[in-house]
Design a protein around this ligand. Structure first.
Ligand SMILES: [Fe+2]
Length: 287
């Protein structure tokens, strides 16, 4: 099986890791979890970070075939729509996104104008669905828990795990967003860690303690041995208790309100109002 070539970009503002996966220079690429910059103070968006991805595609003469979201992120806005406008490709996400859209249609009172059938995305992946990035074979793996709709993407010997596992010393993703479930995450991670020990695991975020530099690559063997929340041998009930206790201490992410409204629309903004300006909503006392 052909192994993927990789380029990784880290966004320090949101601690998000974006991976570009491709078969060969001059070939085909997928971009996983691209970030659109957003300044919460001014409401201003910028494609500065996403432009680096575009420059990389141009430098390697890559055709962008897929823009893959592991889930509807709550910590950053997706640059999927901007990238698609610039470079084409299909925007894909797990089919469970329809459930997330229904939850937030209600939270943001979006009414019937907002479709909750996933039609804002070009492709909804089913669990175990096989697809191709040029010559690379890829598979979508359903790994819910952080949200009800998370997908990991297995490409050759690499798995892009989204918000499931973090680096071994950081542990796991929170499970307290609407529709999240720590027991579900436990089973999703057991599924990932049942892959061969040498499988390379690529994170979507890193939040290291001060003394270590940012990292995003681990392996099944390393996670089974060292993950502080989910190493092999930890029992479901113990993980759920630990995760729930920790989640109870976490604040909402700074960008959850703008991010979710954009990300359930595949990275597009709401329609402009009569003055030509696009607006996002802030629900009071909901989250
Ligand atoms: Fe997330």
């Amino acid at each position: 099986m052909q192994q993927p070539k990789l380029a990784t970009f880290f966004d320090p503002a949101t601690a998000t890791v974006t991976h570009v996966v491709y078969d060969q220079p001059g070939g085909h690429a997928a971009i996983i979890d691209p970030v659109l910059d957003y300044d919460a103070k001014s409401g201003r968006t910028s494609s500065r970070s996403a432009r680096q991805l575009l420059d990389f595609l141009h430098g390697q003469q890559l055709t962008l075939q897929w823009i893959l979201e592991t889930h509807a992120h709550a910590d950053h806005l997706s640059a999927a729509a901007w990238l698609q406008q610039q470079a084409g490709g299909q925007i894909g996400i797990g089919s469970g996104i329809v459930q997330v859209q229904k939850i937030f249609q209600s939270v943001f009172n979006l009414g019937d104008d907002f479709a909750t059938d996933g039609s804002q995305f070009d492709h909804l992946f089913a669990d175990n669905e096989v697809f191709y990035i040029g010559k690379l074979q890829a598979k979508a793996l359903f790994v819910p828990g952080h949200t009800p709709a998370d997908m990991a993407y297995q490409i050759g010997d690499a798995v892009f795990v989204g918000d499931t596992l973090f680096m071994p010393d950081v542990g796991s993703a929170r499970c307290d967003f609407p529709g999240g479930d720590a027991a579900m995450l436990y089973h999703s991670v057991r599924k990932l860690l049942s892959l061969p020990d040498s499988t390379r695991l690529f994170m979507c975020h890193d939040y290291p303690a001060k003394e270590r530099p940012i990292a995003w690559e681990s392996s099944v063997a390393e996670q089974k041995q060292h993950n502080i929340h989910l190493h092999a041998g930890i029992r479901e009930a113990d993980f759920v208790a630990l995760r729930q206790a920790r989640d109870a201490t976490l604040e909402m992410p700074l960008l959850i309100l703008p991010a979710i409204q954009v990300n359930i629309r595949a990275g597009r903004f709401p329609e402009a109002e009569s003055n030509g300006v696009r607006y996002l909503k802030i629900p009071l006392d909901m989250l």
